[in-house]
Structure formats: C-alpha cells, structure tokens
Design a protein around this ligand. Structure first.
Ligand SMILES: C[S@@+](CC[C@H](N)C(=O)[O-])C[C@H]1O[C@@H](n2cnc3c(N)ncnc32)[C@H](O)[C@@H]1O
Length: 433
C-alpha cells in the first residue's frame, strides 16, 4: 500500500470510530479483517495515523472548521506530522486508493497559522469539562503539559534485578538501540519509530527468561517510591496482572513477604505465570473467592499497603488517545468512589507507623490529592509524608527537581518526568499513643 492509501484507510477507520462510537482497537481490527491484503507494516502505519488523529482531534477539528473524519486526518497531518500544504497535496491526489484532491476551503484552512487564538482545551487537545481540574494541577502550564500528553509514548522496559543488571541487558539487546531511562535506575527505553510498530520485545530471549518486563518508567518510579525493602510485610491490594508486584519483589530482593490481591479474580490470573518467569519467590497470591476479601487475616499487621488504585487513566492518554474523548464526569465520580473504598480497606491492614502508598495513573486532582485529602479527613490516624521525605526514603532525592509536588504527593507527567502521568502519595499511620 502507498502512504496515500494508508491515509485513505485511516479516514475510513476514523469514520467507523465516530459513527459507531467504538474503541479504536476494535475498528482497526475490523478494518484488518476486511482488508486481508494489507500486511503488518501497512496495518501498523494505518494504526499510527489513526492514533495520531485521535491525539489531535480537538485541534484538528478547530483548524479545519468541522469534525468530519477527512478533516480530522488533514488537521493531524499538519499539526502532528508538520506537513505543509504541498506535501499534503501530494497524498491527496485523487489517484486510485488515494484520497480525493483538496478543496479550496481545505487548502485555506491548512494554510492558516496553526492554533493561533485557539481556546485552551483545543490547544491542549483535551475535553473542555476537565479544564478547571487541569488548571488546579498544572496552573499556567496546562497547554504545555497537555500537548506533551498528545505525543507518542516510548516503550519502556524494567530490568528484573533478581535475574540481570541493566548494562548486561542493554548490551544483549544492542540491536534494539535502547537507552537507559533518565530517572529509573532499572529502566531501558526504546524511542518510538515513526509509523512503525515498536520492537518485538516479547520474542527476545531476555524477555522469555524473565530478565525484562514491559513497564513505563513512571510505573517503575511509583514502585520505587514505596521504598519497600527486604524484611517488610507488604500487601499489593490492587495487584491486577502484577506489574507493580514484580517490581516490588525485585526491590525486596525476594526477601520479606508480599501478599498480592485484587477484588477481581480474573485480573489476577496472569500474575502466576509472570511471577514464575521473573523468578519471584516472596509473593503469596491471595485470590478472592466468591467476592470474599482474601486478606482479612492480615489486618493491622502490614508495613506497606500498595494501592495502585482504579482510576480514569488520564495519565496514559499517550497510549490510549481515544480514551480521552470517551471520559465522562460520571466515570470520574465512579472512580473517586472506588478509591475511597480501597483506601479505607488499606487503612485496616496497616500497622502503627506503617504506610499506604497510593498510586494512580491520572493527572486529575479529584482522584489524586483530593481523594487523599478526603481519606485523611475520614482517617485522622494517618498523615501524608512530605514529598522530600518520600524521595529521601526511596534514595531518590536527586529527583526532587523533576517531580511536580502537590499538597499530598508527587505528580509525574510526560512534560516533567518524560513518563506517563503517575501520581504517588505516601500515607503513614501515626504511632500508637
Ligand atoms: C490500576 S489497576 C492495577 C494494575 C496493577 N497493579 C499493575 O501494576 O499491573 C487497578 C486494579 O484495582 C482493582 N480494584 C478495584 N477496586 C478494588 C478494591 N476495592 N479492592 C481491591 N482491588 C480493587 C481492579 O480490579 C484493578 O485490577
């Protein structure tokens, strides 16, 4: 397929997503099934155009004056790919499989001076209703922060220090041209290539042997900020597929004890094979049976409860750009309620002077500082640990300048830390009087 044919296909897929309000992954899969002649490189190029279009949906619509799929793709080619009118013209030739030639109006819109005069939610490409929340966290950096969240995300790996070290793994994977991550001491990063799929890491021997995991650097840092160490009793209360559990086990060098649980039995299922592959021996998986709480026997005994909370995932919009246009106020309030439930449960598990490490992959203050503030109001026996001390305990004080500090925690973002938008707050139970 030619680049112009890729653009035609992307317009078709965007039309399907808009008309049927369906996730981009489903629309792309269907397109692939009904166009079996397209090879994997073609499908990757089309997916890349579709995701870039979703990243810049609001600004493209503003530039082109409407939300038609063709307009959205045209706007993206200018705003995200920096193509000028002549370069776009070449693709829109009207030849077989290429899109129809540009109209005079399209040409005029594409020649405009970018986003000059656009409102904030357009310039930052986010739903207007979250603007006030974003201003609360980012102040006058909303536009820069949200624009950084429209870029493609890199692929990050965490080196499993139970089995390997970063230099050796990097040398073995030299053909992938990875770079050590800037902040996590155990991360390696692959920069995304334009219009291509990322490296097939899962087929590398190092992956198969459990020496590496795929994990965003922000998630690695969130686990490190828990400052768990060998000898501690730890509960990973929202363990899901175990991404953080594996990182904690490596930090504890297989010492102490981690209990991994989750209210959703199905989400926990993959953890067993992952623990095995990573050579983890200090994790007991506590599977809830018939919805029953699987950690009641641990109440009041735990040094550190990790709450990798259910959240809206706004901090991962680089990876799931269509999720941002589907976010609704109702789903945010459902998540805030879930967070209250899980924080209250975590509090029962923590022993005096123990801690809850509360994590989200969101940049919205409602589910970060404000969820924490509401918890502290309900549970005066807890206090939030100042950011400087959290970093010091995790031996990460050198990172103090890169994090955005909030009232109760630390906020990461593509702009500030070059990671997904993770939030971490450490909540310590006061000593018994
Ligand atoms: C962000 S995901 C966890 C991701 C996982 N920790 C990882 O690193 O791969 C949030 C998890 O919280 C779980 N969850 C939601 N409400 C919960 C509750 N009340 N108690 C325990 N787990 C809960 C969800 O099932 C989901 O698996």
């Amino acid at each position: 397929m030619t680049p112009a044919a890729h653009i035609s296909a992307a317009i078709e897929v965007i039309a399907d997503i808009s008309a049927r309000r369906r996730p981009a992954t489903d629309a792309l899969k269907d397109w692939g099934l009904s166009h079996r002649f397209a090879g994997s490189k073609d499908r990757a190029a089309i997916a890349s155009l579709v995701y870039d279009t979703l990243r810049r949906k609001a600004s493209s619509a503003w530039l082109m004056g409407n939300e038609e799929p063709r307009s959205l793709v045209l706007g993206m080619l200018k705003l995200q790919k920096n193509l000028d009118v002549a370069a776009i013209d070449d693709h829109f030739s009207g030849a077989r499989f290429a899109p129809e030639p540009l109209s005079a109006e399209e040409r005029e819109n594409l020649a405009k001076d970018g986003l000059k005069g656009a409102p904030l939610h357009v310039a930052g490409d986010f739903p207007e209703w979250i603007e006030a929340s974003l201003v609360r966290i980012f102040g006058d950096e909303v536009e820069a922060e949200m624009q950084a969240l429209t870029h493609r995300a890199p692929l990050d790996l965490r080196v499993n220090t139970l089995k390997a070290n970063r230099d050796d793994v990097n040398a073995a994977l030299a053909h992938l041209a990875l770079e050590p991550t800037s902040h996590s001491p155990v991360g390696l990063r692959a920069i995304p290539a334009e219009n291509r799929r990322g490296p097939a890491v899962q087929s590398e021997p190092e992956y198969i042997k459990g020496e590496i995991e795929i994990q965003d650097e922000g998630s690695q840092l969130a686990a490190l900020l828990s400052a768990v160490h060998a000898g501690e009793q730890v509960v990973d209360l929202c363990a899901g597929g175990g991404g953080k559990t594996l990182a904690l086990a490596a930090q504890m060098n297989n010492g102490g004890q981690i209990y991994a649980s989750d209210s959703d039995q199905r989400r926990l299922a993959p953890i067993h094979a992952r623990l095995e592959r990573a050579g983890v021996r200090n994790v007991q998986v506590r599977t809830p049976r018939g919805g029953a709480d699987a950690v009641t026997d641990l109440d009041g005994k735990i040094d550190c409860v990790l709450v990798d909370a259910p959240c809206t995932g706004t901090g991962t919009w680089r990876r799931n750009p269509d999720a941002k246009w589907r976010l609704r106020p109702g789903s945010l309030s459902v998540r805030v309620n879930d967070q209250a439930v899980v924080l209250d449960r975590a509090a029962q598990l923590v022993k005096p002077e123990g801690r809850i490490v509360y994590i989200t992959c969101s940049v919205l203050p409602e589910e970060n500082d404000e969820s924490v503030a509401a918890f502290l109001e309900r549970s005066p026996e807890f206090k939030s640990v100042p950011a400087g001390e959290v970093l010091e305990r995790a031996l990460l004080s050198r990172l103090e300048p890169v994090f955005r500090k909030t009232e109760h925690g630390l906020q990461m973002s593509p702009l500030k830390t070059g990671t997904d938008g993770f939030y971490v707050s450490v909540l310590e139970r006061r000593a018994k009087k």
